[in-house]
Every structure is written in C-alpha cells, then in structure tokens.
Design a protein around this ligand. Structure first.
Ligand SMILES: Cc1cc2nc3c(=O)[nH]c(=O)nc-3n(C[C@H](O)[C@H](O)[C@H](O)COP(=O)(O)OP(=O)(O)OC[C@H]3O[C@@H](n4cnc5c(N)ncnc54)[C@H](O)[C@@H]3O)c2cc1C
Length: 482
C-alpha cells in the first residue's frame, strides 16, 4: 500500500489500495476528469476508463468517507445479515461476463453458495474493490488518484472546471462526473423541535453509529416500510439486544419476496412506450392476464419491464409522470425492489412473538414525554399513537434535490449548473447524463440516483453499471473528438 500524506483522521480505515493525497494546490490538465464520490457509481466509471485505457489522463476520485471507497453506502458494512436483494448469480455488472460475481464468490469464500443464494452485501463490496484494484494495476495510460476529501464547490472557468475541497485545495479538470450517490431522507416536517434535538432521533438511515446510542430492551420506531426499514429491522431483531420494533408508512406496504421463476419467452409482447400512464398500465395488466395461465410469473414480467423503463419513462407526459409518482410508485417499488425471504422471515417471526408491528399512517404530531417520544399517526384507517425510546428515519432515498442540505449540491443549484426536474425526482440531464444548465458548456455529468428524473430506474447495480459504462465511453469519445 502506498500512502502519501497524513491519513490520521480516518485511522479506523484500513484502505489497502492506493490513496494519494495531492499536496499541490492546483493541478491543471485539460484531459483530466474529476469523479465526485467513490461508491459503486464513481468506482465503476473509473474502472471502465481504466479498462479502455485509451490515452494518458488522470482521473481524480474524491471520496469523503474512505471506508466507503469502492464500496459506497450499500456494500461497506460487515453485518452478515445485510444481504444483497438479488440472487448471487444475478448480481451482474454491465459488460462483464454474466455470473462473474458468483464465480468470484466460489473462488474467494469458504461457503459453498448456490447461484440463487442471497449473500452478504459486503462480499459484493470486496468483489468490486478487487475488480477496481486489478484494473488499476493493469492500466498503462490512465492513472487514477483517489483523494480522501469532500468536494464542496465546482466553478466553471471558460472551458475548464475548478473543483474545490473542504481543506481548500483546488483541481483544474476538463470534466466532472457527479457520482455522489444517494441522499438521506428529509426529516418529516411534522417532527417537533424537541424531538429533533432530543438525541432520540436519527435522520440518516445509513449512519449505523446510531446503534451505539440505543440500549438493549428498548422500543425502536422506524419510519418507512421498504428495504431500508427491513435492513434496520433485521439488524435490531436478529442480532442485537431484546429490541421491539414498530414500523409505519403511509400505505404500510412491505417489499414482496423474491421467488425463483421459470423464464417466459414473452410472445406477442405489446408493452410499448406512450405518453399516457393509464394506457401503459392497462397494457401491462392485459398482457399479464392473457399470459399468466400460460406460465408467466409476475416477477418475470416486472424484470422484463425494468429493462425498458428508461424508454417507457421518457415517453410519458409530465402529467402522467406525476400521476405515476402520486398513485402507482409505491406499488411499483414493492414489486420491483423485492426482498430476500430470509429477511422477511425475521420480521414475520418477530411479529408472531409480539416484537414487530407494522402500522399504516403518517406522522401528524410528535412530542417528548420524559425520555420517550410520543408519535401520533393519522391516515385513512384512523389514528394511532406510538410511545417509543428511539425514532429512526428509514424512509429511503431523498430525490427532491431542492430539499438537500448537501453543501456541494446546494452550491451547484445556487450557481444554476443544476436544475431540479419538474417531477422532483432529481435533476435535468440529457441522454448522456450531462447536466442541463443555464450556463456554459456541458462538462458536468451525473449518474446514479441523481438521474432518476430522466430514466426512473437507476439506483440498482445493474442500471448504475450500464450508466457508468456508457458515460465512460462518452467521456472517451468526447476526448478523442472534442
Ligand atoms: C442499503 C442498500 C442496499 C442495497 N442493496 C442493493 C442490492 O442488493 N442490489 C442492487 O443492485 N442494488 C442495491 N442497492 C442500490 C445500489 O447498488 C446502491 O444504491 C449503489 O451502490 C449506489 O452507489 P453510488 O456510488 O451511486 O452511491 P453511494 O453508495 O451513496 O456512494 C456515493 C459516495 O460519494 C461520496 N460523496 C458524496 N458526496 C461527496 C462529496 N461532495 N465529496 C466527496 N465524496 C462524496 C459518499 O461518501 C459516498 O461514498 C442498495 C442500496 C442501499 C442503500
């Protein structure tokens, strides 16, 4: 391992690949690229650029949380009960042989996993890190420098970009890739000030340090009922002290379970893009009704539609997109983002033991009573009250960029380099991922969650890896044909 400069502030980290601290104040080369974020998205863009290795350039990868390098939030933690929500043999990355991760598992772990097993997520992180390091060692022309710093601003200066970090360093680059990933959910506006500052509320569901603050035998309430909630419920109910958990969401939908299905060959496939969401939904329903008795499993249909979501989404009118978000999105989410049965079994068992409860409703009012929080819920099925020791916001990703408190995104919005999309699902980008902005050249690109407004499905490894590959090709093309 080569380490340049001081890394004292993240001494718990043991990064075993190259971390460069660039001590110069200004580096300037017009082919250089800055990737902001070293999670799955940023690592894969760098990986595909290293793989192509077309011409001499430096790629800076900025990562503010070194433990997340080449892993990101999803694949960093070592909890063996945090499972991939995709079977091992289906966790594929674009342009890599199908089953590559599964083969890696067979070579690198002592467990005899089957292709349909849901394996711990950190194994996928180790695979990704190894993939990246291998390419880093092989590439002859492209160099990657990882900078363990937070980027807080980007300024367009004629045809280059100046990227500034929290410690005051600046880097001049030709292009920037925003791979800064998923944003934590915003606090519900109905939370009272005393709850917010009580020390009994955690707003960022991916800050697992909250577990140090809670004691055995406590009652924990989770906002949300999707995969993020399931992660926390499994953690609390499975391996920690004798916790009891209540989760709630507006509709009270849990993710549906994965199940193996026989692949269908989709004869007379008729689900085509159009601007009307009502018509699209009727087409999907009609196709399923006609084919389910001939062997079509709904999971297979959802997985098939998933591949075409960007085209289907782009074709919808803005009005249809808004109707989908308002009424249909929760149904799509539970069918599309399915959970391993093993995780659902944990909450079902805890439910039977009286340690897990799922309620329908949203927060009307909260208050502190001594050291406990009282949460008043309201919804279509009336009202209910939860008295709890700790409240965790596990309602999933925040997409409305105008609500962000992220310093870099706030700056980009202020400078009008970034425009929130009308649907409030992210920002405006063109088909290549370039930010649609009011000023200057298109030299800032985004991938991953930030692009949800233009492609809708873009938060899973499959979609992210495809975006990363296409973006790397675009970056290489624009350099060879400026
Ligand atoms: C808990 C969880 C489980 C998941 N499980 C699966 C699964 O099983 N299968 C699947 O296909 N998908 C899964 N996903 C979805 C998907 O794979 C991830 O969301 C994906 O890894 C996102 O990667 P990312 O790099 O875009 O974002 P992130 O993982 O959020 O990484 C972004 C990185 O950028 C850094 N960063 C942000 N801002 C700055 C800045 N200004 N300066 C420097 N660094 C910055 C952050 O520290 C972070 O490390 C899961 C997601 C989550 C959250």
């Amino acid at each position: 391992m080569h380490v340049f400069g001081q890394i004292g502030w993240y001494e718990e980290a043991t990064p075993d690949f190259v971390v460069f601290f660039v001590m110069r104040n200004f580096h300037d080369d017009m082919t250089d690229i800055a990737i902001i974020g070293g999670g799955l998205s940023g690592t894969l863009v760098a990986y595909y650029m290293l793989l192509a290795d077309r011409y001499a350039q430096t790629i800076y990868v900025f990562e503010k949380e070194p433990l997340q390098l080449a892993r990101g939030i999803a694949y960093r933690d070592s909890n063996e009960n945090h499972l991939l929500n995709v079977p091992a043999a289906a966790m594929n990355l674009y342009n890599l042989p199908s089953g590559d991760f599964y083969q890696w598992l067979q070579k690198n772990t002592s467990t005899n996993y089957s292709p349909t097993d849901f394996v711990p997520r950190n194994l996928f992180g180790s695979y990704l890190k190894e993939l990246f390091e291998r390419q880093l060692a092989k590439a002859k022309q492209v160099k990657v420098k990882v900078i363990a710093e937070e980027v807080i601003d980007i300024v367009k200066e004629e045809d280059k970009l100046s990227v500034s970090t929290r410690s005051g360093h600046s880097y001049g680059v030709a292009k920037v890739v925003l791979a800064n990933g998923i944003l934590p959910p915003a606090d519900p506006f109905t939370l009272s000030a005393d709850v917010l500052k009580s020390g009994h509320y955690q707003s960022n569901p991916w800050n697992f340090r909250y577990l140090n603050q809670i004691k055995a035998n406590q009652h924990i309430t989770l906002i949300g009922s999707g995969l993020t909630m399931l992660d926390h419920a499994v953690e609390l109910l499975n391996d920690k002290g004798n916790f009891s958990v209540t989760a709630f969401s507006r509709r009270g939908f849990l993710p549906l379970p994965h199940d193996a299905y026989e692949p269908y060959d989709f004869p007379e496939y008729s689900i085509v893009p159009g601007d009307d969401i009502g018509l699209l939904l009727r087409n999907i329903r009609a196709y399923y009704k006609k084919h389910k008795d001939k062997g079509l499993d709904w999971r297979d249909l959802i997985d098939r539609i998933r591949n075409e979501v960007p085209q289907l989404w782009r074709a919808l009118s803005n009005e249809s997109k808004k109707r989908f978000i308002r009424h249909l999105k929760p149904y799509w989410e539970i069918h599309r983002h399915r959970a391993p049965q093993r995780a659902l079994d944990v909450i079902n068992k805890a439910g039977r033991e009286g340690r897990f409860k799922l309620l329908k409703g949203s927060i009307r009012k909260t208050e502190m009573k001594g050291r406990q929080l009282v949460i008043h819920l309201g919804g279509t099925q009336g009202t209910s009250t939860i008295t709890t020791d700790y409240l965790l916001n596990s309602s999933g990703l925040q997409h409305d960029i105008s609500l962000t408190s992220d310093p870099l995104l706030k700056k980009l919005l202020e400078r009008q380099y970034m425009i929130p999309d009308q649907t409030r699902l992210g920002i405006e980008t063109d088909e290549s991922g370039a930010l649609t902005c009011n000023s200057g050249r298109k030299n800032i690109f985004a991938l991953g969650a930030l692009r949800r407004a233009s492609v809708f499905e873009c938060t899973a490894a499959k979609e992210i890896s495809q975006q990363a590959y296409l973006l790397s090709e675009q970056l290489i093309r624009s350099e060879t044909n400026p």
